[in-house]
Design a protein around this ligand. Structure first.
Ligand SMILES: Cc1ncc(COP(=O)(O)O)c(C=O)c1O
Length: 414
């Protein structure tokens, strides 16, 4: 018989197996100093493109003041208990109303962690007779929610509407047999490649099929749409999104999130979503902090304009310099390169140590073998100098990559 600890010792997991060489540098790096485009890594200033601080709210003076004030007024214990039992407050309900209003839904429910909320909401919305149809490149929180589902699920090829329609046909046949319903789940913006989900096209399928649409808009909320209400607003289909999820972990520069929908659906979630009914309510300082952030998102549209000015300059600059950035139509800016894993680690090492640029790298198994993605997240607090310096530096490191200078059998020493 096996022993759990012995098994874990032998199999560290796909990323954990590299922990010895990578911990503290490629994985679990420590960025220090005030959150922004210029932070310290291992004691040296780096130009940082790795944080989802899209609107620059993390270090906005009004946000910092509101956070400090709320921390001092309420402390982090308050309210004690789950919302349903003893942890409700007027401020929680005010934030829920304001968020619902912001994304044009009847009501919303606060959630402590976006990831957990998506898993739990999927679990809560469907029963074993229902059928889930979802995009193949969905975030882990959707995949894990689908894993909890006791009924059938059909996956469609990423953003492939023909395949989505095919899966809806299968789902419809099955749901007719079981007496169940269909939930389609996709994302507003796919966080690796930055392409928006084909919400408009999926919504159009409602004419032919009977289903409800659940959209995870983690990267869209605050960054897309005329008022920042997200990808549904951007594509003109916000009203046709039946259940909308937004996180506080990106544009809002905080933690937690919300799910917005019809009032009766939100009430159902309030009374049935296990991650919220069996967990402590969001602490008061976070609720007050989210209210301040929402106020700034609504009243300072110049933050979003600046974000897009930087995003457009970065994306067009990279394209003009000959880089492949794929089908992104959001702020997420991936730069696609070809190379092995040792080459990618040597390249990142060179970029960090000699060009002082810090960005995330995505390699196999997240993307196919031989592909390297350098993933840049522009923010409203980056400058044109940051953009130009990055494009110049990228041109130099890609020259070295093509010349084979990063070829090495061993992973860069860190
Ligand atoms: C698409 C998507 N959904 C959900 C989440 C999880 O959100 P949170 O960080 O609030 O748990 C993320 C964050 O990584 C995300 O990118």
């Amino acid at each position: 018989m096996a022993d759990i600890f012995e098994k874990i010792q032998a199999n560290r997991g796909p990323i954990g197996m590299h922990a010895k060489e990578s911990h503290g540098y490629f994985t679990f790096p420590k960025l220090e100093g005030d959150i922004g485009p210029h932070m310290h890594f291992r004691g040296k200033e780096k130009l940082n493109w790795s944080l989802n601080n899209y609107l620059g709210l993390a270090n906005h003076p009004e946000v910092r003041n509101a956070d400090a004030e709320a921390g001092s007024n309420f402390g982090f214990a308050m309210p004690m208990g789950a919302r349903m039992m003893s942890g409700n407050s007027n401020l929680h309900e005010q934030l829920e109303r304001e968020l619902a209003d912001f994304v044009s839904k009847e009501d919303s429910i606060l959630v402590n962690f976006g990831y957990q909320a998506m898993v739990s909401a999927i679990d809560c919305l469907v029963d074993r007779h229902d059928v889930i149809v979802y995009d193949a490149e969905s975030h882990a929180c959707i995949l894990d929610g689908v894993r909890l589902h006791m009924g059938k699920r059909y996956v469609f090829k990423h953003n492939d509407i023909e395949d989505c329609e095919k899966q809806l046909e299968r789902a419809t046949k099955l749901a007719e047999e079981t007496g169940g319903a269909i939930l389609v789940i996709t994302e507003g913006v796919f966080g690796m490649r930055g392409d928006q989900g084909y919400l408009k096209e999926i919504v159009a399928l409602k004419k032919k099929f009977n289903f409800r649409l659940f959209v995870d808009d983690a990267h869209g909320v605050g960054t897309l749409g005329a008022t920042g209400a997200g990808t549904g607003e951007e594509q003109g289909v916000q009203d046709d999104i039946d259940v909308y999820f937004g996180t506080f972990a990106k544009s809002f520069a905080m933690i937690g999130g919300f799910i917005a929908s019809d009032a009766q659906v939100v009430e159902y979630l309030r009374y049935n979503m296990r991650s919220q009914i069996f967990a402590k309510a969001m602490p008061m300082p976070l609720v007050a902090g989210a209210l301040k952030r929402l106020e700034l998102i609504r009243t300072q549209p110049e933050l979003k304009s600046k974000l897009w000015e930087i995003t457009n300059a970065l994306q067009s600059g990279l394209k003009n310099a000959g880089f492949e950035i794929g089908p992104t139509n959001s702020c997420v800016t991936p730069v696609y390169l070809n190379g092995s894993i040792p080459e990618s680690t040597n390249l990142i090492y060179d970029l960090r140590e000699n060009y002082n640029i810090f960005c995330s790298m995505v390699v196999y198994p997240v993307v196919p073998k031989g592909m390297i993605i350098l993933r840049l997240i522009p923010t409203a607090v980056h400058t044109m100098e940051d953009v130009n310096y990055t494009i110049e530096s990228f041109s130099k490191i890609v020259g070295k990559l093509k010349a084979g200078e990063y070829m090495s059998e061993t992973i860069a020493k860190v």
